[in-house]
Design a protein around this ligand. Structure first.
Ligand SMILES: [Ca+2]
Ligand SMILES: [Ca+2]
Ligand SMILES: [Ca+2]
Ligand SMILES: [Ca+2]
Length: 229
């Protein structure tokens, strides 16, 4: 009987382990988190985080980020450098302290104009597979997020048609973070620039190894409890 109970509890433990470490996979370059509203002045404290969900390094010289209220071309930055597979990079600032999550910037650049703080009328931020110099109000983004209450400005998404709102307006000091899968975008009360829970879609090995380890750990841990009883 003890063996049966042990097996059941081990299965529960392993199941819990799978749920807790499961990271939604992505297979492209995405915007993974945005900090647009600090407690107090936003200027110099805003940042945008990217995640490379592919299995190869990406040359960012052909990519840019744009943002705005009526379209994605109010502000633009040209990206540069390389982002490795499963790597997070943070752009913006250049200020960094506890009030904006202590980001370490791969490109420290003032976002000008500042990122919109949203509200009733949603705003948008987009990743373009185009150089910044070519971005216009009509350019279709590679990836985008529309944040706020209502997309009354008719911001488009990656399909080129008016998109739906992805997430609400984050309170000052919080961020919006992309979890992929069913969770999509969420408001994050603990901004985590440079890290996150995303994984690449085609490299399952590291998480599988971790799961195996946590399952074995659960088995050992429960057996110790049984012996004590
Ligand atoms: Ca603010
Ligand atoms: Ca700024
Ligand atoms: Ca702002
Ligand atoms: Ca993050």
């Amino acid at each position: 009987m003890k063996t049966v109970v042990t097996v059941i509890f081990t299965m529960l433990f392993v199941s819990a382990g799978i749920i807790s470490v499961e990271a939604a996979p992505v297979s492209t370059l995405v915007i993974s988190e945005i900090f647009y509203d600090r407690n107090g002045t936003d200027n110099h404290y805003e940042w945008i985080e990217l995640f490379n969900g592919t299995t190869g390094a990406i040359d960012l010289s052909g990519w840019s980020i744009g943002w705005g209220g009526d379209d994605y071309s109010d502000g633009k930055i040209q990206l540069d450098g390389t982002i490795d597979p499963a790597e997070y990079l943070v752009f913006g600032g250049p200020a960094s302290d506890q009030s904006n999550g202590n980001p370490i910037y791969s490109l420290a650049v003032d976002l000008n104009p500042d990122l919109q703080n949203s509200g009733t009328i949603a705003d948008g931020i987009a990743l373009f597979h185009n150089p910044a110099s070519s971005i216009t109000a009509a350019t279709v983004p590679f990836f985008s997020v529309i944040y706020g209450i209502s997309n009354s400005s008719n911001l488009i998404d990656h399909t080129g048609v008016v998109g739906t709102v992805d997430v609400g307006d984050a309170p000052a000091g919080q961020s919006i973070e992309f979890f992929a899968g069913d969770d999509g975008w969420v408001i994050n009360s603990s901004p985590n620039p440079g890290s996150g829970s995303l994984s690449t879609a085609t490299v399952p090995l590291p998480s599988a190894v971790f799961l195996l380890g946590s399952g074995l750990f659960g088995l050992v841990g429960f057996r110790r409890k049984v012996i004590k009883i």
